[in-house]
Design a protein. Structure first.
Length: 696
């Protein structure tokens, strides 16, 4: 019975690398998180120990001053001072001064029942002792009630917090109050603390601390893996753990800060170590894999070489092309059956003969001879696909393709010559060449016929345009000429009436001006591009053109919205042509709105100023342009007006002028009316351009 073991699952290399990388990253993340939580837990415990130690030190220091008010209250000199008409204030001052120096407190003083200071340890400092009664102080009220007084007070001027301890003074009655004052900076000096510590009151007033810029900005709590939550604050660019507790007897809040950077550093170090180990292990595995793969490839190459040699022998014998093995001197060592069939020879007749003997005598095959001469030297270059003329054993010639290359795997064995009989291909090429020549002749004849047809169509188009132009010009000129004949007939009868004759001649002059305008449009349309480009003030052109249309605007009751361009804006061209452009556009707008009811409005203004072009818009609220007329809008002699109202050259002239000057005109779709967008080139001084090129 055979037992079959399944093959191990082989994963692609990219998938294996991806899974391994994910595993290493997961281990690094998990290890870093555990390390951080453990380190933060240790820091939290360390902070708790510091907090307890700080509180113990503060209580120990404060306990050293609890006895001072009672010590002062038991002094006999102090009792005498509280008697009526006492004269020993100086003596009590010195006693308090000595006790204060020995105890290390900030100040000791005695108050009467009204809170008035009677004696002061700092009597040598006139501004240091109280200058007003302390009857409103909480520590004074506590002492009068027979209790030990305790109060924390802040100096508004210096910002220093001071702790006041008091005790009642009894003689035969409650005669006064003994007070000890301890400034908090003095208390801070007695604490051996080298870590951030903050002590504040219930009202969050800073009593003393070692942290600058208090209060600090709170941060979101940090969750640890075991469910513990750490309170964080921001100090500078770092985060700190804050641990605080409130002292019920003093009413103080004591807070200790612990830097979390050691935990972060430890976590990052562990993550880096895990990643480094992962990378090193990956490199080791890749090295072992490549070593194993290299050995397997070597074995496969050996097997492939054996198979290749067998296949080469089989290919040479069964190849459908002629294969000849030659030595370094160009002599034939071996030829396959197809080669013998091509040349019509046997192995015995062809062996050890030079391969050049099988080329046609007199055929110029310099590349082939150069390759054969370089056999066995470093100058040899493989020869591929060279067409030559071969010669069979019976003396007949045939075209063939020859290639020569060195044995790739065994250069010492010599060279391999490939022979392909291309007689059939040459016959097909000749037939194809003859077919191409016949086709080219037909294409030439067809092209000539198309050119003749195109010329006829162009001529027909010219005749059609000329017909439309002639009809329009004849109609336009016929009316004033007919009118002039009538006026001339009338003038003959008005020779004796000078005033009537003058009016008649004026009307004839107007008719001549109209005829000049018609022929002037034709002349403008036929104008060639101006030879000289000059700077033109667009502001001046618009001012002159709008002045010409004032009467027409009043006649139409037209509302003009005009955005004047800057006075220093210059475009390239000449004034007359830009005036012609604006006149045609504004005239077309007025003509379009003339037959419309309602309010007539015309917008003219700069739409955009680019580096090389100025774009101006002319927009009206007329009937607009029909979509079917847009393709022919700028063609000569195309017009939507009635016969006799125009030649249809206005927009063609505008388009021609702007094209000659390097600009363009476009029709913009609007909801109502027509909008023409005119792009005009900005004038640039050629001298400035030369200076810019020189600077560049």
């Amino acid at each position: 019975m055979k037992t079959f073991f399944p093959h191990p699952l082989k994963l692609p290399l990219w998938l294996t690398v991806t899974l391994y990388s994910l595993l290493v990253l997961l281990l690094a993340w998990g290890g870093g998180k555990l390390s951080r939580d453990w380190a933060l837990t240790s820091l939290h415990a360390q902070g708790a120990d510091r907090l307890l130690s700080s509180i113990s030190q503060m209580r120990l220091v404060l306990s050293q001053y609890n006895y001072l008010p009672f010590l002062v209250a038991q002094n006999t000199d102090v009792h005498r001072l509280l008697q009526p008409d006492a004269k020993n204030q100086a003596t009590v001052n010195r006693v308090l001064e000595q006790v204060n120096l020995v105890a290390g407190s900030t100040a000791l003083f005695v108050l009467d029942r009204e809170g008035q200071p009677l004696a002061y340890s700092n009597w040598r400092e006139p501004l240091a002792h109280p200058r007003s009664p302390e009857r409103n102080a909480r520590y004074f009220a506590q002492a009068l009630a027979g209790e030990q007084g305790l109060e924390l007070r802040f100096n508004a001027e210096t910002g220093i917090a001071s702790l006041y301890m008091s005790a009642p003074i009894y003689t035969d009655r409650l005669a006064g109050v003994a007070v000890m004052r301890l400034d908090m900076p003095q208390l801070r000096k007695q604490l051996s603390i080298d870590y951030p510590l903050v002590v504040q009151s219930k009202q969050s007033e800073l009593i003393f601390g070692t942290v600058p810029d208090w209060p600090l900005e709170p941060q979101a709590p940090l969750q640890l893996g075991e469910g513990r939550e750490l309170q964080l604050v921001s100090l500078g660019q770092q985060q700190w753990i804050v641990q605080q507790v409130q002292l019920d007897d003093l009413g103080w809040q004591v807070a200790v800060l612990t830097d979390i950077r050691p935990a972060i550093t430890q976590s990052r170090t562990l993550v880096g170590a895990i990643l480094a180990v992962g990378v090193a292990l990956a490199l080791l595995l890749l090295y072992l894999r490549e070593t194993r793969h290299k050995k397997r490839l070597q074995q496969e190459r050996m097997r492939e070489r054996a198979r290749s040699e067998a296949q080469q022998r089989d290919i040479i014998n069964t190849a459908q092309v002629g294969l000849i093995h030659i030595d370094r001197s160009g002599r034939i060592e071996l030829i396959n059956p197809m080669g013998m069939q091509i040349f019509g020879v046997s192995v015995e007749l062809i062996r050890h003969r030079p391969v050049v003997e099988f080329l046609e005598k007199g055929f110029d095959a310099r590349p082939l001879r150069a390759a054969l001469d370089a056999l066995g030297t470093d100058r040899f270059q493989p020869l591929t696909g060279l067409e030559v003329v071969g010669q069979r054993a019976d003396g007949s010639a045939f075209p063939m393709m020859i290639s020569i290359r060195q044995m790739a795997r065994h250069p010492e064995l010599g060279y391999l010559v490939t022979i392909i009989d291309i007689s059939r291909r040459k016959r097909l090429e000749q037939a194809l060449r003859e077919a191409n020549e016949s086709l080219e002749q037909k294409v030439v004849e067809r092209t000539r016929a198309l050119e003749e047809a195109q010329a006829e169509l162009v001529q027909a188009g010219k005749l059609a345009a000329l017909g439309r132009m002639s009809a329009s010009v004849v109609h336009e000129l016929n009316q004033p000429m007919t009118a002039m004949r009538t006026y001339l007939a009338i003038a003959e009868r008005l020779l004796e009436q000078p005033e009537a004759l003058t009016r008649n001649l004026k009307q004839q002059e107007q008719l001549l001006d109209r005829m000049a305008l018609i022929t002037g449009q034709l002349k403008t349309f036929a104008y060639k591009k101006p030879e000289r480009i000059e700077p033109v003030s667009l502001h001046q052109v618009m001012t002159q053109v709008l002045q010409m249309f004032r009467g027409r605007f009043d006649e139409l009751e037209l509302r003009l919205e005009y955005q004047a361009p800057d006075a220093d804006l210059r475009v390239a061209g000449d004034n007359a042509r830009y005036e012609q452009v604006m006149i045609n556009l504004i005239k077309n707008a007025c003509d379009a709105m003339a037959g419309q009811s309602g309010e007539h409005r015309l917008w003219i203004g700069i739409q955009d100023i680019r580096e090389q072009l100025v774009v101006l818009e002319v927009r009206d609220n007329g009937p607009g342009i029909a979509p079917e007329n847009l393709p022919q809008l700028f063609e000569p002699f195309f017009t939507t007006k009635e016969v006799g109202q125009g030649l249809g050259l206005g927009l063609a002239i505008v388009s021609s002028i702007l094209r000659d000057l390097g600009g363009e005109i476009q029709v913009v779709d609007t909801e109502q009316g027509a909008c023409f967008r005119v792009a005009m080139p900005v004038f640039r001084d050629p001298n400035d351009c030369k200076h810019e090129e020189a600077d560049t």
